[in-house]
Write a protein that binds this ligand. Structure first.
Ligand code: DP6
Length: 336
């Protein structure tokens, strides 16, 4: 009889308050709290089934066991076997993203969330969320396990707007939902400025944060910015949230730029687009704000009413972009 296939689909997320720097790298304990919006279109689909040999497919291609991506996944599987006190077994894993590779959307968040959910479901033979709950596995537990593979993945376990609290230590850190997607229909238009591979991975970049002379001042200012962001999210006030998004993204990049050697993800085109977006806002009243991840591309955040005007300006400028918006959390099902 063919093995049951466990299928998980998990969303990516865009951080509004950024996770940059770890208080304890081995424990994946972040240096600060972060806040994010779950995305609707940028998702990873992962299937896991018991098999005679370990196999890993990415976007339809079989990866060798030496491939860094396959190795990262294998390390995470070993961790999950350990957590569930299961003897390691061979699994066939297939994973694919609904968004193009290297487009500036971090696939590690959605990828690690989907891999964690599908693997745990397969090992426990749990065909649904209800079945996982009955077996004592909560969403928060899965989020905490996924974070060991990639920190930002823990925020991908809920839809809408999500917080990840660093708390007093790795044991008490936790991710939890703030508001569901229906609370505020924000759009994220990802402006593709460059899709060249990253100069340095986020994981390596995190480790340099403490070397920046700006990092401690950043940490002391973050609680105030977090409070203001939470208030803006609660009251759906984009004119309050927007400037905070921009300050936060530029502050994270100033940490990256002020280490030796500097990590420079931004390009001259990123700066030119920042100026353009601000000009549209200030001179033409287009209510759009940017945030940036560990890359050169701008995530343009706006309400649905501003989207047509934004897209027509981007089209006139011959820009390339991907459309996304606030979305829902991961799903789980099975196939025979
Ligand atoms: C800039 O979660 O990719 O996107 O925990 O080392 O896997 P690891 O890092 P990762 O870092 C994400 C950094 C960021 C900001 C954010 O998503 O909060």
């Amino acid at each position: 009889m063919a093995a049951t296939v466990y299928l998980a689909e998990a969303p990516s997320n865009i951080a509004f308050l950024k996770y940059w720097g770890k208080a304890d790298a081995a424990a994946q304990w972040p240096a600060n709290d972060s806040l994010s919006m779950t995305l609707r279109n940028a998702r990873t689909e992962t299937s896991v089934q018991r098999s005679a040999q370990s196999e890993f497919y990415f976007n339809g291609h079989k990866l060798s066991s030496q491939d860094p991506f396959a190795q990262k996944a294998m390390r995470h599987l070993a961790f999950l076997f350990d957590m569930l006190e299961e003897t390691p077994i061979h699994l066939r894993i297939e994973t694919k993203n609904t968004f193009p590779d290297s487009c500036g959307i971090a696939s590690s968040a959605s990828g690690m969330a989907a891999l964690t959910l599908a693997t745990v479901a397969c090992l426990l033979e749990a065909p649904s969320w209800d079945s996982l709950t009955e077996q004592g596995i909560s969403r928060a537990q899965l989020a905490s396990w996924a974070r060991k593979g990639s920190g930002s993945a823990c925020r991908s376990f809920w839809g809408g707007f999500v917080a990840w609290e660093a708390a007093a230590g790795p044991a008490s850190q936790r991710a939890y939902p703030l508001f569901p997607a229906e609370h505020w229909r924000l759009c994220d238009i990802l402006l593709l400025i460059s899709i060249a591979p990253k100069i340095i991975s986020s994981s390596q970049g995190h480790l340099t944060a403490w070397d920046s002379p700006l990092f401690l001042p950043r940490l002391s200012g973050l609680p105030t910015r977090k409070r203001a962001m939470l208030e803006a999210l609660a009251t759906q006030d984009l004119s309050q949230l927007g400037p905070l998004l921009e300050q936060e993204a530029l502050e994270m990049h100033s940490i990256m730029l002020s280490v030796e050697p500097p990590i420079c993800y931004l390009t001259a085109d990123t700066s030119a687009w920042i100026v353009q977006v601000r000009r549209w806002r200030q001179e033409e009243g287009l209510e759009v704000y940017f945030t940036i991840d560990a890359g050169p591309n701008l995530h343009l955040i706006c309400e649905p009413a501003a989207k047509p005007a934004l897209l027509s300006r981007l089209a006139q400028a011959n820009a390339q972009w991907l459309e996304d918006e606030v979305g829902t959390g991961p799903t789980l099902c099975t196939r025979r």
